[in-house]
Design a protein around this ligand. Sequence first.
Ligand SMILES: Cc1cc2nc3c(=O)[nH]c(=O)nc-3n(C[C@H](O)[C@H](O)[C@H](O)COP(=O)(O)OP(=O)(O)OC[C@H]3O[C@@H](n4cnc5c(N)ncnc54)[C@H](O)[C@@H]3O)c2cc1C
Length: 363
Amino acid sequence: MRIAVVGGGPGGLYFAALAKELDPRHHVEVWERNPADRTYGFGVIFSAPALDALRRADLALAGALAPDLVGWNDVTVHHRGGSATTTGLGFAAIGRRALLRHLRRRCDRLGVAMHHHRAAPPVGRLRAAADLVVAADGAHSAIRAAHLESFGTTATPCALRYAWLGAGGSFDGLSFLVAETASGPVLAHAYPYEPGRSTFLVEAGPGAPTAGGRPDLDGLAGLFAEHLDGAPLRSNGSRWHHFTVVRNATWRAGNVVLLGDAAHTVHYSIGSGTKLALEDALALAAALRGAGTVPDALATYEAARRPVVEDAQRVAQASLEWFENVGTALDAPLPALMTDLLTRGGRVSLTDLRVADGLPWAA
Ligand SMILES: Cc1cc2nc3c(=O)[nH]c(=O)nc-3n(C[C@H](O)[C@H](O)[C@H](O)COP(=O)(O)OP(=O)(O)OC[C@H]3O[C@@H](n4cnc5c(N)ncnc54)[C@H](O)[C@@H]3O)c2cc1C
């Protein structure tokens, strides 16, 4: 079978490797418009349950990633000069570059044909030449846009803007920082992803520090100076964006299938988009191996993944709405703010928090 994969992000690369691994007779080709070792963003989080699931599904990948993961148990909220910490929830993070490097190596080892720094050929040409075209071209997928009506796409921008920045090594767990400004609160989600480096994701209304249309790194560093230990904030081509929630009525049209962010996005505040893209890749590769025809495989893939994705999107919607309305929560005492923050999506309960903090499960 000839398989064309558009997009060398986590979803596209992992699917390409798995498809080739499960059937070496497949000719699998990947196009990635960025050069190898260049990508957007900084580090991404995996929850402890997500890593457990990855270990169960693919011990080799989990083992390869392990040395590059930074783990922690603490979640801390810093607000108005005070802080509150919950322990025992369990997270780890990895740089996007390191993650993609591992996946690229696996593709190379297996004989996937990789085109770096090359935009994919027009989708019409790919559809004619390949048995299957996998659109793993991200949240703003051009392939999806070319078939909007077939996929029944809705793309809903969030009210707040975010900028995905980097910081130094002053964070040893997941920290939520609040800076109150005349134009409203500016929030940062910060966590380490490799020694001396942290993700520093800023979320704000229209009044946040901006210079030349881009995030003003010095202005933002000034707002959070007490947490940065004098290290500057870094940009990776970072801009202000409105996160867009993407949903599709169907993920398949003929021999084209959507995978990862092209099919569905979940707000970054629940840190699950990469995990979902990797799981999509596992499900699609397994379905292709198990089904007799491409249409059967695509139907099996979507049936398996849609309920999981829709559940994650429900949690993410609650989470993004919490952040959009955070102003009302900021006057609560810190422990209440912390509880509200951690239970916002409905996945973590009050009992989970008590157990995580080593308290009796009921007061
Ligand atoms: C601010 C922010 C923070 C996040 N934090 C987390 C987190 O902590 N944990 C987590 O699990 N997820 C997180 N995510 C989500 C995660 O980044 C995505 O869900 C994940 O990258 C999806 O993988 P993907 O392979 O589907 O898409 P992408 O990673 O976006 O990859 C798509 C690739 O396609 C390429 N491409 C596009 N068009 C073409 C073309 N025509 N030809 C060739 N190549 C093309 C792009 O260059 C890109 O490399 C975050 C997202 C954001 C925005």
